[in-house]
Design a binder for this molecule. Structure first.
Ligand SMILES: [Zn+2]
Length: 233
C-alpha cells in the first residue's frame, strides 16, 4: 500500500496550459503580438471571477472546500503556466506564473483560463485522477503478479498502470473544465467567445494516444457549443 501511495505523486496538479510543450505538430502560427496583462488587470479579473467560481462550487458540490486561493507564483523565471492544486489543508489553489501573464492578451482570456482552472476543482478532477491512477496500478500490478513477475516487474507494472490510469481520462477532464469554465467566465462578466481565442495561440498537442490535452480544435468546438447552448457571448 505504501508503494501505491507513493504513486499518487503522478497527480500533483490538474494542469491546463503549458506553453512550453515540445509536442507541436504543426508549424508555429505567425507570431502574433500579445499584449500581456498587468498585475492590476489580474487583480480586477480575480475579484470578478473568484466569487462566481466559489458560488458555482457551493451550488454544484457538497463537502468540497470552495474557498479558492488565486495566486501568482513569485518566481519570475517559472515557465508560462497556470494550474490548479490543493494546499496541505485541502484548500483549492489556482496559480499563474508571471510569464503566463505575459502570454495572455486581454482580461477575457485571463478570466477564461482562471475559470477553467476553477472548473477543474469543482469537477473534482484531482481526486478522480488519483482514483484512476490507483486503479491502473492495482490492475497492472496484479497482472504482473499473476504472470509470475519479480518484485521489480510488479513495481514497474504499477508505475505504468498509475501513469496510464492518470492519463486515461485527462482529455475528458480538460473538455469538462472548458465547458464549465465557459459558464463561469460568462457569469463573472467576461466574454468566453473572446477568451477562447487564447487556444488559437497554444501549441496544438494533436491527437496523441495518452496525451494529457485534447487537440485545440476539439476544445474550441466544446466552448463554442457551450456558448450557443446557453445563449452566451
Ligand atoms: Zn486544464
Amino acid at each position: 500500500m505504501r508503494r501505491i501511495l507513493m504513486l499518487l505523486a503522478f497527480v500533483p496538479a490538474a494542469c491546463t496550459v503549458a506553453l512550453d510543450q515540445n509536442v507541436q505538430t504543426a508549424p508555429p502560427p505567425e507570431a502574433v503580438a500579445v499584449r500581456g496583462v498587468s498585475l492590476a488587470e489580474f487583480s480586477r479579473v480575480q475579484r470578478q471571477v473568484e466569487p462566481v467560481a466559489e458560488r458555482e462550487c457551493r451550488t454544484r458540490t457538497s463537502g468540497l472546500d470552495c474557498d479558492f486561493l488565486v495566486r501568482i507564483e513569485p518566481d519570475p523565471n517559472a515557465p508560462p503556466n497556470a494550474y490548479q492544486s490543493l494546499n496541505k489543508n485541502g484548500r483549492p489553489v489556482i496559480t499563474f506564473t508571471k510569464r503566463m501573464l505575459g502570454q495572455i492578451d486581454n482580461q477575457d482570456e485571463l478570466a477564461f483560463v482562471m475559470s477553467h482552472e476553477a472548473a477543474h476543482h469543482i469537477r473534482n478532477h484531482l481526486a478522480r485522477q488519483r482514483k484512476n491512477a490507483i486503479s491502473g496500478a492495482i490492475i497492472l500490478g496484479g497482472l504482473a503478479t499473476l504472470a509470475g513477475g519479480t518484485a521489480a516487474d510488479v513495481a514497474n507494472a504499477q508505475d505504468v498502470g498509475a501513469a496510464v490510469g492518470a492519463r486515461g481520462y485527462s482529455k475528458d477532464f480538460e473538455l469538462e473544465a472548458d465547458e464549465l469554465g465557459t459558464i463561469i467566465t460568462h457569469r463573472a462578466g467576461y466574454k468566453p467567445s473572446v477568451g477562447v481565442q487564447f487556444f488559437y495561440r497554444l501549441p496544438d498537442p494533436g491527437d496523441r494516444f495518452l496525451g494529457s490535452h485534447p487537440p485545440n480544435p476539439e476544445r474550441i468546438k466544446v466552448v463554442n457549443a457551450t456558448i450557443r447552448r446557453n445563449g452566451l457571448q
